[in-house]
Design a protein around this ligand. Structure first.
Ligand SMILES: Cc1cc2nc3c(=O)[nH]c(=O)nc-3n(C[C@H](O)[C@H](O)[C@H](O)COP(=O)(O)OP(=O)(O)OC[C@H]3O[C@@H](n4cnc5c(N)ncnc54)[C@H](O)[C@@H]3O)c2cc1C
Length: 372
């Protein structure tokens, strides 16, 4: 299905906007699963596919050289109000769509863009290591060499999410032949030379289909090359990559405000002594939402000032996620300290917003202007 077809299919599902439909599915279908996802007992692949059918992964595909990420970010946010892990998987899927829909490889676009956008094929992104390598934090972990009809790739990535046996993800290798340079490609988890290894249990995010991925001389055909050289392509997609992450923060902060409101009636007489109140987070949330929606209309903007606004917003969104979840814990007191209360889950999820690449420390390095 092309981008128009996906939008048409979404429109056919009813008159409600895509984020409204996603919000209804989040309340009805995701809320009952959130605990099991948090515990790592469930990877909600069937729900992710249904969300795709409802248009959740298709709205940000470029059309006539322009793209609008607002609807995708709002959809991630409404999922994030209910479950941070699912908001992250939504980001993974949307990012995969973003890569495929922006590729200049016509065979790849024809075969994958529509199927990723409709949720027929699920997957994610293994760009943490490359993103860190661009800013001199670590070296590229995947190496490739040119062969007839494609490349042979070897190496390993420690964490890639939203994966399963038939999933795909976008990542980058460094050419180790005389050609040099970096190449972005789609990794096919069904390739027998690709191994998914379970990770040790995390603090949160265990239901996100996260694996260490080994590449043992994997043949990557030309059809799976997203961009070669990858440098200009990364510059094109990087603002979208980061802006979509802000959806995770918007949803989480919103629910932390709700948690504080929920204990207002019984505890306001004592909670009013706490330094951070829901009203402050409401103002912050509104400010972030406004800035995100302004930036999300123009993801191909190549001005340095635009890029710095994107990075600064992402940094503030991570900080505010942790601050809002911390405040929600203090407002709840012992109620939020129960394992059965979502306040402690929100706190664990908030730290993920602050540490997933680009992490707080990397964002600070980027704003300091130290590329290497
Ligand atoms: C639940 C989860 C899901 C993730 N999903 C993805 C994904 O879908 N795609 C993606 O590209 N990245 C993913 N990541 C990686 C993430 O984006 C960060 O890159 C990662 O958390 C490390 O970032 P950092 O800033 O802490 O790195 P730094 O603190 O700078 O660490 C640098 C390097 O140290 C090594 N290292 C540190 N701790 C460990 C450890 N316990 N085991 C092995 N090596 C270690 C790694 O090589 C790491 O990259 C995921 C991480 C987690 C925890």
């Amino acid at each position: 299905m092309g981008s128009l077809a996906v939008r048409q299919a979404a429109d056919d599902l009813g008159s409600a906007s895509i984020p409204d439909r996603v919000a209804a599915m989040a309340r009805k279908e995701l809320a009952p699963l959130a605990l099991a996802i948090d515990e790592g007992a469930v990877y909600p692949d069937a729900l992710l596919r249904r969300l795709g059918e409802a248009g959740a992964w298709g709205s940000h595909q470029p059309l006539n050289g322009a793209a609008d990420l607002r609807c995708a970010i709002q959809s991630i946010a409404v999922l994030g109000e209910v479950c941070g892990a699912t908001a992250f998987m939504a980001w993974c899927q949307n990012t995969l769509v973003w890569y495929a829909a922006n590729s200049a490889n016509p065979k790849l676009v024809a075969r994958f863009a529509g199927k990723f956008a409709s949720g027929e094929i699920l997957g994610g992104t293994g760009l943490s290591n490359p993103m860190k390598s661009f800013f001199g934090i670590e070296k590229l972990k995947l190496k490739g060499r040119k062969v007839e009809g494609g490349y042979v790739v070897r190496g390993a990535l420690p964490w890639v999410s939203n994966l399963g046996a038939d999933h795909f993800f976008g990542t980058i290798f460094e050419r180790e032949d005389e050609g040099g340079g970096i190449v972005m490609f789609l990794a096919d988890c069904a390739n027998p030379a690709v191994t998914l290894l379970p990770c040790k249990p995390f603090l949160a995010m265990d239901g996100t289909g996260t694996y260490a991925v080994q590449f043992r001389d994997v043949f990557v055909p030309d059809e799976l090359i997203l961009a070669e050289p990858a440098g200009p392509f990364v510059k094109k997609i990087r603002a979208g990559f980061i802006l979509l992450q802000v959806g995770m923060a918007l949803g989480l902060i919103k629910d932390c405000i709700d948690i504080m409101d929920e204990v207002d009636a019984p505890l306001s007489h004592i909670n009013r002594y706490l330094p951070q109140q829901p009203i402050q987070f409401r103002e912050l949330h509104a400010e972030f939402e406004k800035e995100t929606m302004a930036l999300a209309r123009d993801p191909y903007n190549s001005d340095d000032s635009y890029w710095r606004r994107v990075v600064a917003l992402r940094l503030r969104a991570g900080d505010a996620s942790v601050a809002a979840a911390h405040a929600a814990m203090l407002h709840c007191g012992a109620r939020g300290y129960l394992k059965s209360h979502r306040a402690q889950r929100r706190l664990r999820e908030a730290y993920f917003v602050a540490i997933v690449t680009p992490a707080t420390k990397q964002l600070r390095k980027m704003l300091a202007g130290d590329e290497h």
